[in-house]
Write a protein that binds this ligand. Structure first.
Ligand code: ZN
Length: 223
């Protein structure tokens, strides 16, 4: 399932169990449950809910979906406390925009954490491999579905208006670290790049990401 602006993903295993990746904004759960019904599954089939990171447009629907599925979140340990408390991670203060935006609240409803995930781990239900790509948030992760050759980038790289960009610096804990860790995504094996913001790129996903990473343009404060 995908929307162009904020994407969540459903991975259904052969045994019918479903893993949901990201829960969207607070308003997203009805649409996510509708998408679940569309593939012939229900809330009780959801065995795992993975959050790429603790931002309100990815974890905003977590509290409601935890209730409807009775599942806690799976999230990297460095973002777990933000999910448990609903307090957004700190923002990069090297830019004026970061300092100004700090005043805007970006907290979300606290949600239970069922378990934490670590770099290199294979999530058994979904066969998603965890790649810790900190910077956007301390516990930000990208997820590689090896069987289908699909990389879920998370917010490491955006594809807004079908153009690869860095995420907005004001929303990153560290812009420099975001850029540094995103470079590891060029080395992984996949054909489809599935972005949490923007449409996916099939077939030449890795090529497109490598081209973006090779550009000399430095991390900027916006799109
Ligand atoms: Zn984010």
């Amino acid at each position: 399932m995908r929307w162009d602006l904020i994407n969540s993903f459903l991975v259904r295993a052969d045994d019918g169990s479903v893993t949901l990746v990201d829960t969207g904004l607070k308003s997203a759960p009805p649409r996510i449950l509708a998408a679940l019904a569309e593939i012939g599954s229900g809330p009780s089939d959801v065995t795992t809910i993975v959050l790429t990171h603790a931002h309100l447009d990815h974890a905003g629907g977590a509290a409601a979906l935890a209730q409807s599925t009775t599942r806690g979140m799976t999230v990297h340990s460095d973002d777990a406390e933000f999910v448990r408390t609903g307090v957004a991670p700190p923002r990069d203060e090297s830019q004026r925009l970061g300092r100004l935006s700090r005043r805007m609240s970006s907290n979300f409803d606290a949600a239970p954490v069922a378990r934490t995930m670590t770099e290199g781990e294979l999530l058994a239900d979904s066969q998603l491999r965890v790649h810790h790509t900190p910077g956007h948030t301390p516990g930000h992760c990208s997820l590689l579905h090896e069987p289908s050759g699909t990389l879920i980038t998370g917010d490491a790289i955006w594809n807004m208006r079908s153009r690869r960009t860095w995420p907005v610096l004001a929303f990153c804990t560290s812009g420099a670290l975001t850029e540094q860790t995103a470079r590891t995504l060029g080395d992984l094996e996949y054909t489809t790049a599935a972005f949490t913001h923007g449409p996916e790129i099939q077939e030449r996903g890795r090529e497109a990401i490598r081209e973006f990473l090779a550009k000399p343009k430095r991390f900027g404060p916006g799109l």
